[in-house]
Design a protein around this ligand. Structure first.
Ligand SMILES: [Zn+2]
Ligand SMILES: [Zn+2]
Ligand SMILES: [Zn+2]
Ligand SMILES: [Zn+2]
Ligand SMILES: [Zn+2]
Length: 345
């Protein structure tokens, strides 16, 4: 209390701040760990002792004091008895109560990302995209009639597809396309002529200007967006300039989403988990490989059997138990290898 706000990474939260009371902040883009820098007195980071005094790019908000939403309340809130989900705004990265967004959030499966009221004011251009992209579409007359029209369009497209399939036209089309692709292949890979033609054909059109010429509404509410909506935002020169002036360049970047971030984490973990064993195996000859795999399988079955006893008895596995297991395993292994040497000689 009373100190400057600071943010630390997950690794430092375990290594350097085990006894400190921390607020878990989830994702913050463009943020560097403050552990052990000038914000801390008498604390050195155990993982990276040498680091800059300040992280000038870091931005701090009320979340760093454990307060969230426009109502500036803690989470979980002991005084709040209304069950409500907290949703993170993808622009300011603050968390908001579903009931404090100025609009009722759609079912959580229906939308992918949310932009809060304040950030919709900041990113005013998003209102022009809302009638086409937002969930539900924000049009002037959100009446039943509109919905019926949308449904009709969807139906007729489906019907068209069915007709195509029945008459075999679609089949024919794809064949032709394939032939065309094959035909085009040599020319695309051989020269620089092709890209030039493409740029000549495509006149630079600003999607935003096009949308702004149509009617759209501005409200004082948060908005909700489906997956892949970011790639549909205009990336013309003028728009890119506007994004950077508003400091929201990340809005056109599909890799900036929490989903992309989490997927990256999972795939990184998978490669980390697999690599050491594969690297070791690759550096060995065949006999060594077989030995290693046998040994690994021995260890796996014995450890599983050992741990099953604890599970059956419902007792907690302690550090000593694991140490005991590996001591036993080592001595058994030694006995086995000794016996083998005896036979070999
Ligand atoms: Zn750290
Ligand atoms: Zn640290
Ligand atoms: Zn709130
Ligand atoms: Zn926001
Ligand atoms: Zn544009």
């Amino acid at each position: 209390p009373g100190a400057e706000p600071a943010g630390i990474c997950l690794a430092c939260s375990y290594e350097c701040h085990g006894t400190h009371r921390l607020f878990e902040l989830y994702t913050k883009r463009n943020f560097r760990c403050d552990c052990g820098n000038s914000k801390f007195k008498n604390l050195q980071c155990k993982l990276l002792p040498e680091k800059g005094k300040v992280n000038s790019g870091n931005k701090y908000n009320d979340n760093f004091y454990g307060l969230y939403c426009t109502c500036k309340r803690p989470y979980p809130d002991p005084e709040d008895e209304i069950p409500d989900e907290m949703i993170q705004c993808i622009v300011c990265e603050d968390w908001f109560h579903g009931r404090h967004l100025g609009a009722v959030p759609p079912e959580s499966g229906d939308f992918h990302e949310m932009v809060c009221q304040a950030c919709m004011k900041h990113c005013h251009f998003l209102w022009a995209y809302a009638p086409q992209l937002a969930v539900p579409p924000l049009t002037k007359a959100n009446s039943l009639e509109d919905e019926r029209i949308v449904l009709k369009v969807e139906e007729s497209e489906e019907q068209k597809k069915e007709i195509k399939k029945e008459s075999g036209v679609e089949h024919h089309d794809t064949k032709e396309e394939k032939q065309l692709e094959q035909f085009n292949e040599p020319s695309t890979s051989s020269g620089s002529a092709c890209p030039e033609v493409v740029t000549k054909n495509e006149e630079p059109v600003c999607k935003l200007k096009e949308l702004q010429s149509k009617p759209f509404v501005k409200k004082d509410t948060a908005t909700f967006w489906p997956s892949n909506w970011r790639s549909k935002l205009c990336t013309c020169e003028d728009c890119l300039k506007m994004y950077s002036e508003l400091e929201v360049q990340f809005l056109t970047d599909e890799c900036d989403t929490v989903l992309a971030y989490e997927n990256k984490g999972t795939s990184d973990q998978e490669t980390e988990r697999r690599d050491p064993l594969m690297d070791t195996l690759n550096s060995m000859n065949r006999v060594q490989q077989v030995e290693l795999i046998c040994e690994y399988n021995d260890l796996k079955t014995e450890l599983t059997d050992y741990l099953r006893r604890f599970a059956d008895e419902g007792t907690v596995v302690k550090r000593e138990d694991i140490q005991h297991f590996f001591e036993e395993f080592q001595s058994r292994k030694r006995r086995r290898t000794n016996r083998m040497q005896y036979y070999c000689s």
